[in-house]
Design a binder for this molecule. Sequence first.
Ligand code: UD1
Length: 335
Amino acid sequence: MAVLVTGGAGYIGSHICLELIECGYDIVVVDNFSNSKFEALRRVMEMGNQSFPVYNLDLHNQKELSTIFDRHSIDAVIHLAGYKSVRDSTIDPINYYWNNIVSTLTLLEVMQMQDVYKLVFSSSATVYKASDKMPITEDYPLEACNPYGRTKLIIEQLLKDVHDSDPNWHITILRYFNPIGAHKSGRIGEDSNGTPNNLVPYLSNVAIGNYPKLYIFGNDYPTKDGTGVRDYIHVVDLAKGHIRALSRMEDMKGLEVFNLGTGTGYSVLELVKAFSQVSKKEIAYTITSRRNGDVAECYADVTKANNQLGWQAEKDIHEMCQDAWRWQQQNPNGY
Ligand code: UD1
């Protein structure tokens, strides 16, 4: 029995693949490599000391996808494949809706035809309505404010409909807060295509000297120091959450939603300070205006994942920065 990982070559996917191997799962990866490199999987194979089938395939290709299910005995799917840039989604929404939603529909169709009913879906805290009431629990009102976020929300809603139509489905939706860091070996990590939009990849590039300084988007938020507060979670802790979700689905049907975060919020300035301490580099920064669509604070209530998945993030902000920095130093230009 194998787990199919869609988008398995990506930043989060590669860490999940390694974790799955280390926990004894057989895996099969499908990725169209639009925002990832095979080298990530080659390293996962080396680190996990085993190879696994990798298909360079777009999920829209229903025929080929079916063939993969015919060829391997797939028991469950972890679905990560999708575009993830908020900015790009506002420039080319059709492409985002097509890529994220239509491919998910194709995957679900194939799973249904093949009688595979276990699915873990990679969602995001971006589906929560902006609020000043923190921390956020899973039953908090949902509302997305950009096309990327709407693709995640629409997929969540369609998964609920699919589940309601047929109780055979076991579906787990995981809402990620802000995944950062890298595997402690420094061999796999986040390899951004072009200029990074997210804080930590940008910060690491400043520390290594690829960019002169960081632009902090606003210091007039109603937060501890005026800069945005987020729930940063180590990518390896996040990957472990997927393993817990998979094993929980072995014996429990139904659809469940879990926040994956640490439950603690850090400001941009706190993160800059932590990164500067571990890298022993001065991080130059300038305060600029707020970024459109940013909220002041966003951090998770993780009680449900603690209680029902038996999962808890273990790595603190220093370890996250240390591991991100190790990856950056060992791979200054990515893979
Ligand atoms: C962003 C996305 C979110 C997505 C997530 C994936 C937006 C508005 N949100 O979350 O939908 O699910 O990435 O990881 O893009 N910051 C700076 N300077 C920078 C970059 C960021 O000051 O160069 C600040 C931001 O204003 C924010 C914090 O750092 O306060 C974190 O930003 P980021 O890493 O982009 O994550 P989110 O915006 O939380």
